[in-house]
Design a binder for this molecule. Structure first.
Ligand code: N2P
Length: 362
């Protein structure tokens, strides 16, 4: 009896709240893509115990969703992947009566998401950003001079520049449907083209710079940029800003910049969706509604440096983030952004085959 009592006392004193509801929720999100206290706040508010796993690739998420029985209740597909996955029947329709915070969402952005999910039946916007270039200002200037073309894809895609940056380290996202179209854009081709020849031209260019690329990876570059272990990354906006932030805090003289190349860049939207075979749909809806709270979303944007789809959160988003043209691009920059093309299976196979060739350098 004594032992039982003391355990109860311990539990009461423990800093982790006792989650009395017995309810659970399994979340699968991108790495470095939530505020440090979001999950804790959700658990405290609802009594739902969260298991939280991360990934850094739409292809990885897609494979899990198509295989089914992932065990996840909330996942975060990018809009173009979402569309294909909706068509494959892997998501549940959202019960909007359980999402009162939908009123906080930016109607223009939700309408844009409607191009991928007509009527916004299956998903809400989480965060959005661009795929551009993160770079170490001093390391790049040292190798390419003060007029280094940091405002252009030429910084990485021109083999002469890439060769000079080889020693300080170039990384590319392991995201074929983002990097190949960026190379097409640099070559003056339509980045949304689905012509096989256009993909082949981009792959040929990427194969030329392949000897100068240290690695293909979609999350490692944050700490490597911050520590000065690599100097140029084709990467995601907020991730590069997180690297900049870490570098500033480390005070070792590493300075990181992010550029949306003047030729243009991909603008993507990531969404919250519920797998059709989720066993905790009510908990999943509770989480999605919780995230759509204006303050919770503002906290996330303030922590991960990604723009969001929540209009009501903007007054609570820090001013320097709202003023950052790399996060909330001004209209003249926005005009050069393109939206993702939803690829058919056949096109996808072409891309995957070329990407394998590029990565292995053949
Ligand atoms: C966060 C990854 C951003 C999501 N680490 C890219 N769609």
């Amino acid at each position: 009896m004594k032992k039982i009592l003391s355990l109860a006392v311990l539990a009461a004193l423990s800093t982790t709240p006792v989650l009395a509801s017995g309810k659970t929720l399994n979340i699968y999100n991108w790495s470095d893509y939530i505020a440090e206290d979001t999950i804790k706040k959700f658990e405290e508010k609802t009594g739902i115990k969260v298991t939280y796993d991360v990934y850094d690739s739409n292809e990885v998420l897609e494979a899990k969703m198509l295989a089914g029985s992932s065990g996840y209740d909330v996942v975060v597909p990018t809009a173009d992947f979402l569309q294909r996955q909706i068509a494959a029947g892997v998501y549940a329709k959202l019960d909007k009566s359980k999402l009162p915070n939908l009123k906080n969402m930016d109607s223009g952005l939700m309408k844009a998401l409607g191009n991928f999910d007509p009527g916004n039946e299956y998903a809400v916007i989480y965060l959005w950003g661009t795929t551009g270039i993160g770079y170490n200002t001093k390391a790049v200037a040292k190798r390419l001079g003060d007029n280094a073309p940091t405002d252009s894809w030429a910084l990485v895609f021109d083999p002469a520049n890439a060769a000079k940056l080889k020693d300080c380290g170039i990384s590319l996202l392991d995201a074929p449907t983002e990097v190949i179209p960026a190379a097409m854009n640099y070559l003056g081709l339509d980045p949304r083209s689905t012509k096989k020849e256009d993909f082949e031209k981009a792959a040929a260019l990427l194969t030329k710079i392949r000897p100068f690329v240290r690695y293909f990876h979609s999350s490692q570059y944050i700490s490597d940029l911050a520590n000065g272990d690599i100097c140029v990354s084709v990467g995601w906006s907020g991730d590069v800003f997180q690297a900049r932030d870490r570098a500033d805090e480390a005070k070792k003289g590493v300075e990181i910049g992010y550029s949306i190349p003047k030729e243009g860049a991909l603008q993507w939207f990531d969404t919250l969706a519920i797998p059709v075979d989720s066993k905790h749909k009510d908990e999943a809806l509770a989480f999605i509604n919780f995230v759509m709270d204006a303050q919770i979303t503002a906290d996330i944007t303030n922590y991960v440096w990604y723009a969001n789809g929540n209009a009501a959160s903007l007054p609570m988003v820090e001013q320097d983030i709202k003023d950052d043209a790399g996060i909330f691009p001004p209209d003249e920059v926005k005009a050069k952004l393109w939206g993702a093309k939803v690829y058919k299976k056949r096109t996808d196979r072409v891309i995957t085959r070329l990407w394998t060739k590029v990565k292995t350098g053949k």
